[in-house]
Structures are given as C-alpha cells and as structure tokens.
Design a protein around this ligand. Structure first.
Ligand SMILES: NC(=O)c1ccc[n+]([C@@H]2O[C@H](COP(=O)([O-])OP(=O)(O)OC[C@H]3O[C@@H](n4cnc5c(N)ncnc54)[C@H](OP(=O)(O)O)[C@@H]3O)[C@@H](O)[C@H]2O)c1
Length: 335
C-alpha cells in the first residue's frame, strides 16, 4: 500500500503570509489508479506565484478557483512509480501539474505531463532554465515584447524565477536590460550575475526617475508585477514600445481585481501595444523552445539560482518566501 502526504486547501488565503492557516497536511493510502492515470514519487515541487490565483475565490481569473477541500495543485518533478499509461513507464522522470504531495497522481493529458531529458546534469533545471518559467520568459521577451538587438528591455520582479530568465534571454537576444527588483542584494545579483545594464531597487529608488535615464526610452517591458511599477514604466516607454503582461503579483494578495494603470493615457501618447499572455496556451510548443534554452544553458548563458527548501512540511513557508520577495531565483521544495 502506497501512502501519500498532501496539502489540502481549507480556506481562501488572506494576504500572502502564513499559508499554514489556510492549508492542512494530510496522510492517507493512495487509491488504486484509474485507467490512464500515472503515479509519481515527487522529488521537487515548484513554487509558482500564479498558483496564488487558484487559491482565491475569484471567478474571473485565468482558471476557475480550486474548490475548498481539494489537494493543492502545483508543478511536480519526480519519477513514475506506477502507471496505467504506457507512454510513462515506471522509472522515468517526469514533470507536470500534480499536487503539493510526496506522491502525486495525474492524468497525463490534463497534467501536461512530459518525460524530461535525463542528460541534463542538474535535474532541477527542468524547473529552471528548461522549465515553465523559462518558456514563459522566452515567449514573453521574444514574441510578445518582440525585443530586437540594441533595444532597451525592462523587466520587473527581475531577480525572481521568471524575471531572472527574462533578463538573460533579453541579454542573449542582444537587448540592453533594465532589471527592477526589491533590495540592494537583488540589484547586485542582477548586475554581477545576470549582466544587466541597469538595476533599479524599487523599494529604495524612484523607479520613474531612474528609467528617465534610459536613452530613448524603454522599447520593451516584460511586466511581472503591475501597479505602481507598471505606471512608472509606461511613463518612460519609447514610442511604439511593447508591453508584455506576464503577471500582476502586486495584486495577488487581494480577492478584488487590480485597477488599470493610472498612466493608461500613455498607451495613446506613445503608441504602445500591451498584450497579456499565459504559458499553458503555449504548452504544445515546448519541443520548439527546448533546443534554444538547452544551448544557452550548456553555454553558461542561462544561469538559474535555486532557492531550495527541504521537506513537504515546509511548503507553506517556501511559498510565502516567494510571494513576499525573500527569494532570489527559483523557489523549489526538495522532498
Ligand atoms: N503569464 C504566465 O504564463 C506566467 C507564467 C509564470 C509566471 N508568471 C508570473 O510571473 C511573475 C513571477 O512569478 P514567479 O513564479 O517567477 O515568482 P518569483 O518572481 O520567483 O517570485 C515573486 C517575486 O515577485 C516580487 N514581488 C512580490 N510582490 C511584489 C510587489 N507587490 N511589487 C513588486 N514585486 C513584487 C518579489 O520580488 P521583489 O523583492 O523584487 O519584490 C518576488 O521575489 C508572477 O506575476 C507570475 O504570475 C506568469
């Protein structure tokens, strides 16, 4: 009999702290697999800011709210231990949407389950340079923000998982990069390890005043945050600039919709294009993204710092760490 420990969503969270008030840890025997299901011994869990939207009761988000009493969902990386799908035999390492659990049970098509490449030296890179955050950064920078060599790209939440990859992808595509992040240590990381051209500490500096120093203005903005940072950038965009709306983390601690930007008039004044995008819409293009990302990884041009917590029982603390900005790089939990 296989036992499974998992986190259950009991209440909708308030704010972005102390998730153990809204989640509870349970242990029970796994039910026999249903036809087509796959069972995974989870090695790592990915902590993703977007998951916070699933925990909210909002019905106008990008997916319906997770019903209270459900197992908490999230990306998992681990080995198949039992399978009723011959495409995922026991022993293979896979990544997909599972549960915050030590043993995840999934339907491969619904989970976006993939067998990962075992030749990658550090398997965590399947949550890093080869993972969903990297796909998001690649689509956002190259296709939505359509950055061109020599242009200025600004990135918010730049020291986090998605932002740090967006900065490097912009740099690799020949752009000059401005990273916006909270704190001096994050700005040093951006300048020294990611090689951005300008780092702005939004907690200590006037973002708009610093951006006004970008010669000719910001051509492309990869926004993870929304709110006051989006306003500061809109007022400093170059004419015909592009804004890729990747996330709005400044509003994820609330159950009400985030108001639009105060400087929305700049969309007209500067002839801007603003476009939201959502990586699950691009999942079938993974095979197209991976060769470029793998090349950059192997060349040392796509570095990922992992912020790793040990143990399923510490998932709420790791999740809070990420949402409250105490992380540099990708937050994961090792089981
Ligand atoms: N569109 C998509 O398909 C897609 C896919 C993946 C991720 N995303 C989005 O990408 C963003 C980053 O997610 P992630 O999972 O990679 O997390 P992450 O960037 O590793 O961690 C979140 C970061 O957000 C910053 N932050 C939190 N609250 C903030 C606020 N009020 N104002 C400014 N910055 C704040 C914090 O950094 P500071 O210390 O710098 O504040 C924190 O480190 C999220 O908005 C997420 O929804 C979107």
């Amino acid at each position: 009999m296989t036992l499974c420990r998992y986190w259950r969503l009991d209440r909708h969270p308030e704010g972005n702290t102390r998730f153990e008030r809204f989640l509870s840890l349970h242990e029970e025997a796994c039910a026999p697999l249903a036809p087509g299901e796959v069972r995974i011994a989870v090695e790592w869990l990915s902590m993703d800011a977007g998951t916070r939207m699933w925990m909210s009761p909002r019905t106008d988000g990008y997916q319906p709210p997770l019903p209270l009493g459900s197992r908490m969902v999230g990306l998992v990386l681990g080995r198949v231990i039992e399978s009723l799908d011959p495409a995922y035999p026991p022993g293979v390492r896979v990544r997909g949407f599972g549960q915050w659990a030590d043993v995840a049970t999934v339907v491969p098509a619904l989970a976006g389950l993939e067998v990962v490449d075992e030749t990658v030296a550090d398997p965590r890179q399947h949550f890093g340079a080869l993972g969903m955050n990297a796909w998001t950064a690649l689509v956002g920078v190259r296709e939505v923000a359509a950055v061109r060599p020599g242009e200025w790209l600004a990135v918010s939440a730049a020291a986090g998982a998605t932002g740090s990859l967006a900065c490097q992808i912009g740099r690799n595509l020949g752009a000059r990069v401005v990273g916006i992040a909270g704190g001096a240590e994050k700005c040093r990381f951006l300048l020294d390890e990611l090689g951005v051209d300008m780092a702005i500490d939004y907690r200590a500096e006037d973002v708009s005043a610093r951006l006004s120093q970008v010669p000719g203005g910001v051509h492309a903005f990869f926004d993870n945050v929304g709110g006051p940072i989006l306003d500061a950038v809109l007022g400093n965009m170059a004419h015909y600039g592009r804004v890729a709306i990747c996330g709005m983390i400044a509003g994820y601690d609330s159950d009400v919709a985030m108001p639009g930007p105060a400087k929305f008039d700049q969309v007209l004044m500067r002839r801007l294009r603003i476009e939201g995008f959502f990586i699950p819409d691009f999942l079938e293009r993974g095979a197209e993204f991976l060769p470029q990302l793998r090349t950059w990884l192997d060349e040392g041009r796509l570095a990922v710092r992992f912020d790793e917590t040990q143990g399923l029982e510490n998932v709420p603390a790791a999740y809070e760490r990420m949402l409250t900005g105490r992380n540099i790089g990708k937050v994961i939990v090792r089981l």
